[in-house]
Write a protein that binds this ligand. Structure first.
Ligand code: DGL
Length: 262
């Protein structure tokens, strides 16, 4: 069991931002990553469709013997994690927009959240905002169009900048000092965001917190891999494997990418 892989899924390449945090914290863990790029973006789908896709991804990872599943997608977490936890035996780690730390640290008491429609309209997102951001003005924007561009590898494109300028304007006009990246694809936009945002705005995401939580749950269940060998890493995509590889070019360890239909 301890040597079994950590399973990670996302609607596409975005969850590799979470894979990188997990790998950095636990380099001895074996991992299997599923990029459901064929069905991206999840953020524009109904709750029922997101749930069905999340079940399908979970089943693929369980067939491959994963000991824990990291839902490296805010949209899938906020729409499906309760169901997954109730219906499958393995532990699940989810990711939600980092509203709580942003609300705690904000001096202007005004926080921007950029996430998908599926996340922003979910019940879980609303209850988290109500519970952890009392007295804070939250300015939500749907990042429509960003995920398809990132899925094409166009992270630094003019098209991305045009959309971001439009989405950030109302947030900046209202004086945000924290921008929460509520989608695992968006950390790949940080270089562009840094060019566009004033120094007074901090960018925050949940990647490191998810990796720490994954480690804590593995430890608690006595599932942490005790091997001293570097982990083995298998990435599966039902989209373009070259684009998938381009998101992994800086990881510094061996991995394999396979195209697979699922
Ligand atoms: N990366 C995902 C998220 O964190 C989903 C993006 C999408 O497919 O719309 O929300």
């Amino acid at each position: 069991m301890k040597g079994s892989p950590v399973g990670i899924f996302d609607s596409g390449v975005g969850g590799t931002s979470i894979w990188k945090e997990i790998h950095q914290l636990m380099p001895n863990e074996n991992t299997i990553y599923l990029a459901d790029s064929k069905n991206a973006p999840y953020g524009e789908k109904s709750e029922k469709e997101i749930l069905q896709l999340s079940i399908k991804n979970t089943q693929v990872l369980l067939e491959k013997g994963c000991k824990i599943i990291v839902v490296a997608c805010n949209t899938a977490t906020t729409n499906a994690i309760d169901f997954l936890r109730a219906n499958f035996e393995v532990p699940f780690i989810g990711i939600e927009p980092a509203i709580k730390p942003a609300a705690l640290q904000s001096r202007s008491k005004t926080v921007g959240v950029l996430a998908t429609k599926g996340t922003l309209t979910s019940k879980l997102f609303h209850s988290t905002s109500e519970n952890h951001a009392r007295g804070i003005t939250i300015i939500e924007r749907e990042g429509t169009g960003l995920v398809p561009l990132i899925e094409q590898g166009k992270t630094g494109s003019e098209e991305v900048e045009v959309l971001l300028r439009q989405y950030l304007r109302p947030m900046l006009d209202q004086g945000i000092d924290y921008l929460v990246l509520g989608c695992t694809h968006y950390p790949y936009l940080i270089p562009v965001l840094k060019k566009m945002l004033p120094d007074t705005v901090q960018i925050i995401d949940s990647g490191q917190a998810v990796a720490r939580q994954t480690k804590a749950i593995l430890q608690k269940n006595d599932m942490l891999n005790t091997s001293n060998l570097p982990g083995k890493h298998q990435f599966y995509t039902n989209g373009d494997s070259q684009i998938m590889k381009s998101f992994l070019k800086d990881v510094g360890v061996d991995f394999s990418v396979e195209t697979k239909s699922f």
